[in-house]
Design a protein around this ligand. Sequence first.
Ligand code: GLU
Length: 476
Amino acid sequence: MKVRVRLAPSPTGRLHIGTARTAAFNWLFARRHSGSFLLRIEDTDKERSRSEYTENILDSLRWLGLTWDGEPIVQTNRQAEHHHAINNLLARGLAYRCYCSEEELEAMRIEQKHSGQAPRYDNRHRGLTPKQEQKFRDEGCDSVIRFRIDDDADICWNDMVRGLVQWRGSDLGGDMVIARRTSSNSIGEPLYNLVAVVDDAAMAVSHVIRGEDHIANTAKQILLYRALELPLPNFAHTPLILNAEGRKLSKRDGVTSITDFRQMGYTAEALINYMILLGWSVPQGMNERFSLEQAAAVFDLNRVSRAGARFDWDKLNWLNAQFLHEMPASELLKSLIPLWRDRGWSCPANDWGEDLCTLLRPSLALLQDGVEQAKPFFVMPELGEEAQQQLKVEGCVNALRDLSRRLESSDWDGRKIVKAQQMIEEVATAIGIKKGILMKSLRAALFGKLQGPDLFTAWSLLARIGQDRQRLIRCI
Ligand code: GLU
């Protein structure tokens, strides 16, 4: 069987981490089986769908490396097919118009609640005669279209993650609305379960891989496949992503969209790696740090867990740091330049920028750290309290003055670090100050603080852009 999977995001918000993880599993499954990964934009909810969300979804998928095959299908362009399916069901008596008003349905729900029953539509308009229907129409009543769900229908499928799943028609809340309310005799906006089935079949989707919050929908959709006489795809329901308290990760947890993670400074490589680990366990012997390609070579739905996957920030941060530490300096520079530019800092030359990245790289956990840590190379730093104290140590100012003079008369351009080391030796001897104290004071003067990366490398970077001497001068 040719594997064809799809992601079907609704453009009602930015790409959510749960949807992105579903995308990753679909993408990996397609790659593993040399199949296709398709994209369908489910924009049938016109009120909540926005084109900027579609853009965000496409952009975030591209950023993560989850590229799709062919052009995305836009669901609202397929309305004729959806109407055709609804008319087919209506004509065969498998769907019908229900004229119950919202108030009537609400009263039904309240009554069910009072008597301790689960809320469901009681199918009261299932058997309306043409005469009764006409009466409702004459009274100007709105109608929805409902699909018949027989209480004794047996629904079961062999879920590729969860094994055998069984449902009874009676568990599905009564006859299901497949087209929204309309005041005319036309067909209102077709709804998710109907359009998903029609489109998945039209796209020849072989495996529907989606979050477990869709399990009840799958039961309903299987009934629609049967009614429309369409071939059933395979189904796989992946576990939800949970927060630290074990509840579904939601907007209340703060960051949930891929854009949020991107803005916080996570790399695409670390984020995609981490998302795949949320629910999938690596085969024995495989490192938990992997690329999309490496995961695709071994991906298997059997290794997807049924239990919810708890989001673990420490693990994500650890992975992100690992990816940053191994990133080539040229690539790190490419990622940092736009962030530096946002602060108004421009990088004097690529080799300078790459050397700065090499210097900062081992201490980065988030990409954003590369902004804070690069700041003293772009902006004259304030002298912090500790730095001021250091500069008061006896002999320090003299030594820095001597160093400044040597710098003025030397032709050192910051390139040869041995030259800088020599200068420090010479000044320490000439002034009679310990080398360690001199270096500490030099760091204080150049960077305004006492901690930081390798001093000689950092100093030489400042020297290359002619910024070291003026920083000394302000302290002497
Ligand atoms: N639009 C649905 C969602 O975003 C798609 C579910 C499905 O994959 O069928 O949850």
